[in-house]
Design a protein around this ligand. Structure first.
Ligand SMILES: [Zn+2]
Length: 96
């Protein structure tokens, strides 16, 4: 069954561990553009994941540059644990 969870941009992911789908951008010291994002698993299992953005080494994701309602490609798969698999599209996590 497909589920949708809103992706919520937060300043400090560690402060909202219980919020499924929340995410925080990671920025390298001295840079402005994010190099990836940390997110709480949309399924609510409490697991945290990291998605590096291209051109970071593979596996990495193409981010559309939208901070409030991001889209990433390809899909996201939690390896191990809950094995959540889905897409982040326009600020919404959609399982598949
Ligand atoms: Zn999960």
């Amino acid at each position: 069954m497909m589920t949708k969870v809103k992706a919520l941009l937060v300043e400090d992911i560690d402060a909202v561990r219980v919020t499924p789908g929340a995410y925080e951008f990671t920025v390298r010291h001295g840079e402005e553009d994010p190099c990836g994002m940390i997110f709480n698993c949309p399924c609510g299992c409490g697991r945290e994941g990291y998605l590096p953005f291209k051109p970071e080494p593979s596996p990495s994701w193409l981010w559309d540059g939208n901070r409030e309602a991001p889209t990433l490609r390809p899909s996201v798969l939690q390896i191990g644990g809950c094995r959540w698999h889905g897409f982040l599209t326009a600020g919404e996590w959609r399982s598949c």
